[in-house]
Design a protein around this ligand. Structure first.
Ligand code: GDP
Ligand code: MG
Length: 600
């Protein structure tokens, strides 16, 4: 297809504003999916996406669309690139956007602009995309299209009348939207005679076919059976198949300038096909890769341990398998005094963590304990040595010169009556206000710089409860910043329980120590001797509790008599012992650890 007849676009929206539903309607109206094959959220292929109703992997679908009637009719190819909606996958979103010339900015007509709408809009503007503003769900009785058209117009600098109004549910306005996409989104530009360059904007692992790589060709042409080269690594692969998705994969004779499609090389590991990397032809390689490539960097780490220690090899194999489909997942073996053998696993964020954990438990039948998630710290020692800490229990002892932690730029959108309460929350989380803008009289956008550690776990819950659910929140990485951090250890009878060590701000060390010591006192059964629980920063004890001793002799209850009953009791006690963990001389039921580590 000549580039003049191609339009590449994506849909950007806040979660639940109707992106998947609108995509479904487009597939239907362009007759790419036949009515009998239609099912809701056609493009959300992974089961876990369906159940959670979120889109994790982006996909590109090719749809034919014609403008005009009869002899005047002109046909076009629309490539719709579905983007993941969650902040954990921002990098993937930004690569999907880079594969397009236009973006449909979709806003729920009953909700208005939300933080994610803004975050994605900013990404789209950075990529110089043509923005098509659209209000969705106009069929809803609660819809206020006029009001929110004003809001959007104010934000992107257009007229309220230019904001299209559609319903992904009823299909109203969707055909007109497709016309506008053809008219307003620029055709792709590129040099058809230059060496081939294609950007990878997604790659997924398929059990039968190996890795399927989604690309957008920028220059030149890619053809089947050609040898291709990955520009970040120099690795070469034979192109076994090349094609387009419409809506199922269809092999083609090649992909040219501006086209999007998929490549299959027989490779088995998505790390060979990294999002953002440039594909070129081996026999005539391009000189410069397409800009913007980044290695996915894990932001949050957690220890994952099988509850049943004998499941360790199963966990290892399961992680190896998941890794094939998830280039961002990193892990290495780790042992914990309290929890045994497991792995330290790095994630893009908390949603990524939850998804991985859920897949491990569901697809591999594992029962897991995860330690408290932490971010990555860089510690500079007095002698200048730099240590990267991904596990708080490995925080270095000795003279520390400085510590840095990751920070984010956050956007919060809320009704203006909550400004005071939001400021209070952000202050308690060590945030600094960067700026504030009114979207309308009653809605405000607040921009904060916040430590990642202060927001990844429960920030959004607190924000919601302070704003009666009206606030939305989005953030992006913003480098590292120095902070006054300390490691708090929890000691049982003087022995450190590694799984409970935590790196916290100096001002919060005491609160953490008191809380953990109190929690453990409740959860650990009394022993035959007194057990002190202490929280310590270095050698300084900052909190203390004591579990008082008991004398427990199981057999004394049996009055000497029945021997079989005695044996039964001993068996029972042994059974219980299996699930006990020793910390120094203290026996702790594993359940106590699970309970203490669970975040409620
Ligand atoms: P996404 O998270 O942006 O992909 O949103 P979905 O497409 O999953 O839609 C979220 C919810 O809004 C679902 O319950 C949809 O049925 C509903 N929805 C989507 N579009 C419309 C619409 O035009 N009208 C109405 N009434 N509901 C819609
Ligand atoms: Mg969706």
């Amino acid at each position: 297809t000549p580039p003049q007849q191609i339009r590449n676009f994506c849909i950007i929206a806040h979660i639940d504003h109707g992106k998947s539903t609108l995509a479904d309607r487009m597939l239907q109206i362009t007759e790419v999916v036949q009515p009998r094959d239609m099912r809701a959220q056609y493009l959300d292929r992974m089961d876990i996406e369906r159940e959670r109703g979120i889109t994790i992997k982006s996909q590109a679908v090719r749809m034919p669309w014609a403008l005009g009637e009869g002899k005047e009719q002109e046909s076009f190819i629309l490539n719709m690139i579905d983007t993941p909606g969650h902040v954990d996958f921002t990098y993937e979103v930004s690569r999907s956007l880079a594969a397009c010339e236009g973006a449909v900015l979709l806003v729920d007509a009953a909700q208005g602009i939300e933080a994610q709408t803004l975050a994605n809009l900013y990404l789209a503007m950075e990529n110089d995309l043509t923005i098509i503003p659209v209000l969705n769900k106009i069929d809803l009785p609660a819809a206020q299209p006029e009001k929110y058209a004003e809001e959007i117009a104010g934000l992107i600098g257009c007229e309220p009348e230019d904001v299209l109004k559609v319903s992904g549910k009823t299909g109203e306005g969707v055909a007109e939207l497709l016309d506008v996409i053809v008219e307003q989104v620029p055709a792709p530009e590129g040099d058809a005679d230059a060496p081939a360059r294609a950007m990878i904007f997604d790659s997924v692992y398929d059990t039968y076919r190996g890795v399927v790589t989604y690309v957008r060709v920028v220059d030149g042409q890619l053809s089947p059976r050609e040898k291709i080269q990955m520009m970040s690594t120099g690795a070469t692969h034979e192109l076994l198949e090349i094609g387009v998705i419409s809506p199922e994969p269809k092999p083609t004779k090649g992909l040219g300038v501006g086209e999007t499609g998929y490549l299959i090389t027989g490779v088995k590991d998505v790390r060979q096909s990294k999002v953002g990397d440039t594909v070129t032809a081996q026999n005539r390689p391009a000189e410069e890769p397409i800009g913007g490539y980044k290695d996915p960097a894990p932001m949050v780490f957690s220890g994952l341990y099988p509850i049943d220690g004998s499941d360790y090899p199963v966990l290892r194999d399961a992680l190896d398998k998941l890794k094939l489909n998830d280039a961002a997942l990193v892990y290495e073996p780790e042992t914990s005094v309290a929890l045994g053998f497991g792995f330290r696993v790095g994630f893009l964020g908390m949603l990524h963590l939850e998804i991985v954990r859920e897949r491990l438990e569901r697809e591999f039948n594992l029962e897991l304990i995860s330690t408290m998630p932490n971010v990555v710290y860089t510690v500079t020692m007095e002698d200048g040595a730099e240590i990267v800490v991904t596990n708080p229990s490995e925080f270095p002892a000795g003279k520390v010169r400085s510590i840095t932690e990751p920070v984010v730029k956050a956007t919060i959108l809320a009704p203006s009556e909550f400004i005071g309460s939001i400021m209070e929350l952000c202050q308690s989380r060590r945030g600094t206000l960067g700026g504030m803008d009114y979207l309308s009289e009653e809605r405000v956008e607040m921009r904060y710089t916040l430590p990642l550690a202060e927001i990844v776990f429960d920030f959004f819950d607190h924000l919601k409860s302070r704003t009666k659910g009206y606030a939305s929140f989005e953030y992006s990485e913003a480098g590292h910043q120095e902070a006054d951090l300390v490691k708090v250890d929890i000691l049982l009878q003087g022995d450190q329980v590694d799984a409970f060590s935590s790196v916290v701000h100096k001002d919060k060390a005491y609160a953490y120590g008191v809380e953990m010591a109190g929690k453990l006192k409740e959860l650990i059964p009394r022993q035959q001797f007194e057990v002190p629980i202490q929280a310590a920063v270095g050698s300084r004890i900052i909190a203390r509790e004591t579990i008082r001793a008991i004398r427990k002799d199981v057999l004394s209850k049996c009055y000497g008599g029945d021997i079989s009953r005695k044996r039964k009791l001993l068996e029972k006690q042994k059974e219980g012992k299996k699930r006990m963990k020793m910390v120094g001389t203290v026996e702790i039921p594993q359940e106590a650890f699970i309970a203490a580590l669970s975040q409620d």
